[in-house]
Write a protein that binds this ligand. Structure first.
Ligand SMILES: [Zn+2]
Length: 282
C-alpha cells in the first residue's frame, strides 16, 4: 500500500461471520471505519456511528460474479450483527447484478429508519411496485444527466456528492444512470463507490474541481480500472483518493488482476480496516 505512514490497512481474509471463533476484529472504538465485502459491488461501510450499504440487494450474478451469500442476506434482513443498524442504502445503477427493487422494498419495510439514495431509474422501479408512503418518504432520488453539476445531499450524519459517470462499455449502455457517490460520514471517513463506471478519463475530466475538493479515504472502483493506464491514473491521481479496493471481481479472478499489485475484494465477508491517522489534515 502507498501511504503506509498515514494509513494502516489490513485485509482480513475471512470475517468472523464465517469463523465465529477467530475474533479477528479489534474493538470498534479503536478503528475509524471498516468495509465489509458483500458480493459483486456490494459493500458495507461501518463508521463509528453510521453504517452505509452500497449495492447490497441483487439477484443476478450472470454465472460470473459473486452473489451475496444467503447468510449475509439473512443477517441484513434480520438485522443481525455485524449487518445491523444500517442508516443508508445506496444504489449505483439499476442493473440486475446491482439492484433488485423487490428486495430493497422488503428490506426497507423491515427496517423503518433506513434511508435509500438511488438513481431515478431505480426509484422508478420501486415506485412501480409499492405506494407505501412509509417507504417512499425515505427515498432520495438522484436524477442526473451527463455533464450535470454535482448533486449534494446533506443529512445530520453524512454529506453525499453524486455525479453521473458513463457505464463501462460506453457509448453502449449510455442510457443507464450510473452514479459515482462520494460519501463523507461526518467526523469520520470519506468513501467513494463508482458503480460500473467506464475507466476512460474523458468521463471524469469535466469534474476535476469536484475530485480536487475533497480527499477520499478509500475508493471502491470496479476492478477494470486497475487493468488500464487511464483507470490507474484516475485512481492513483485524478480522483484524489488515499487508497482503493477493487470490486466487481469475477469469481474466476482475471490473471492480469492477480498479477497486478492492486488490492481487491473477492470473498464475501472479507473486511478491510482503514485506520486514518491524518484526519485533521483534511
Ligand atoms: Zn452495470
Amino acid at each position: 500500500m502507498k501511504n503506509t505512514q498515514t494509513i494502516v490497512f489490513v485485509v482480513f481474509s475471512i470475517v468472523y461471520y464465517f469463523l465465529p471463533t477467530a475474533a479477528a476484529h479489534p474493538p470498534s472504538d479503536s478503528i475509524s471505519s471498516n468495509a465489509t465485502y458483500l458480493g459483486n459491488e456490494g459493500i458495507m461501510i461501518s463508521g463509528r456511528d453510521t453504517k452505509l450499504l452500497f449495492d447490497p440487494f441483487f439477484h443476478k450474478d450472470f454465472g460470473i460474479y459473486q452473489s451475496v451469500p444467503a447468510e449475509i442476506l439473512i443477517g441484513l434482513n434480520k438485522g443481525i450483527a455485524p449487518y445491523d443498524k444500517i442508516d443508508y442504502v445506496f444504489i449505483s445503477h439499476a442493473h440486475d447484478d446491482h439492484f433488485s427493487a423487490p428486495s430493497v422494498i422488503k428490506y426497507m419495510s423491515r427496517h423503518a429508519k433506513v434511508r435509500l439514495i438511488a438513481p431515478k431509474q431505480a426509484v422508478d422501479s420501486i415506485v412501480s411496485l409499492t405506494n407505501n408512503e412509509g417507504i417512499l418518504s425515505r427515498i432520495t432520488s438522484v436524477d442526473l444527466a451527463f455533464g450535470q453539476e454535482v448533486q449534494r445531499i446533506i443529512t445530520d450524519n453524512i454529506i453525499v456528492e453524486a455525479v453521473r459517470i458513463a457505464h463501462a462499455g460506453w457509448p453502449q449502455r449510455k442510457n443507464i444512470q450510473n452514479i459515482v457517490f462520494r460519501v463523507e460520514i461526518k467526523d469520520d471517513v470519506t468513501v467513494m463507490h463508482l458503480g460500473d463506471a467506464d475507466s476512460n478519463s474523458i468521463h471524469f475530466s469535466p469534474y476535476q474541481k469536484h475530485w480536487s475538493s475533497k480527499i477520499t479515504d478509500t475508493a471502491f472502483p470496479p476492478y477494470w480500472f486497475y487493468l488500464s493506464e487511464q483507470g490507474k491514473e484516475l485512481i492513483e491521481t485524478t480522483l484524489n483518493t488515499k487508497s482503493s479496493i477493487g470490486i466487481h471481481v469475477p469469481k474466476k479472478i482475471p490473471k492480469n488482476l492477480v498479477e497486478s499489485d492492486k488490492v481487491f475484494f473477492h470473498l464475501p465477508g472479507e473486511t478491510a480496516v482503514v485506520l486514518e491517522a491524518n484526519r485533521n489534515q483534511k
